[in-house]
Design a protein around this ligand. Sequence first.
Ligand code: KIV
Length: 280
Amino acid sequence: MMTKNSVSTFIDAKHKNEKITMLTAYDYSMAKLIDESGVEGILVGDSLGMVCLGYKDTLAVTMEDMIHHIKAVSRAAHSALVVGDMPFMSYQTSVYDAVKNAGRIVQEGSAGAVKLEGGASVYEKVKAIVNAQIPVMGHIGLTPQSVNMFGGFKVQGKDEIKARNIVEDAKKLEDAGVFSIVLEGIPYKLAKIVTESVSVPTIGIGAGKYCDGQILVYQDMLGLFSDLKPKFVKSYGNAGEVVKKAFKDYISEVKSGIFPDEKYSFKVDDRVLEKLYGGQ
Ligand code: KIV
């Protein structure tokens, strides 16, 4: 019997100084493989917009898109905590929208927690969602929904004021009640300071080794997405090439008549066919 990971798994791991692992997933079959591999958490990220839907950034992703994919992942995740991302404009507009949409992610998507981007600016929203008994994962640093404010996907926290703001944002999120915080695209020594400044675990992506845990977008680490190649992504296998070779082999076997042979075909008693066609 598998034990289900929860927000307590994350908090306990920080206390025990054990690293937390997360990956993204967007559909049932990959989520099943990821869940069976033993990660503690699966994020259905709004990176969905880029790696599954082909948008140039995450801004066009809707609540309907997210719920559709969160449902699929939740059906597969028997062990990992499923965190559903709140898409752009699903929480920025008001505290009411934030709680309402977080509630949809849990109620319709069966996620165990939600994630949203921002620090002090989302304090009231995070507090209200947590008051509604929905666990929240924060996300600061290179927050992709702010791409237009940043002028591109750029590492954040490189000057004193911005670095200080990131530390303050993390403390504010902790105060609002988050159970963990994603640190994305910040210098690793700043991530260390943030990690030591809060009691909740930090989950890094492009934030170095001192975070309490790590997350990667699975298409990035498997070589399945070639539009962007961030410096922080380590390749754990070139599944893209493996998959392309399988597709090419299939095309060639179909064209040459090798596939499908008898092994992959169904049989019927010849007498049935004789009766059908009256011995024609
Ligand atoms: O959308 C996403 O996949 C994310 C991770 C990169 C943390 O927010």
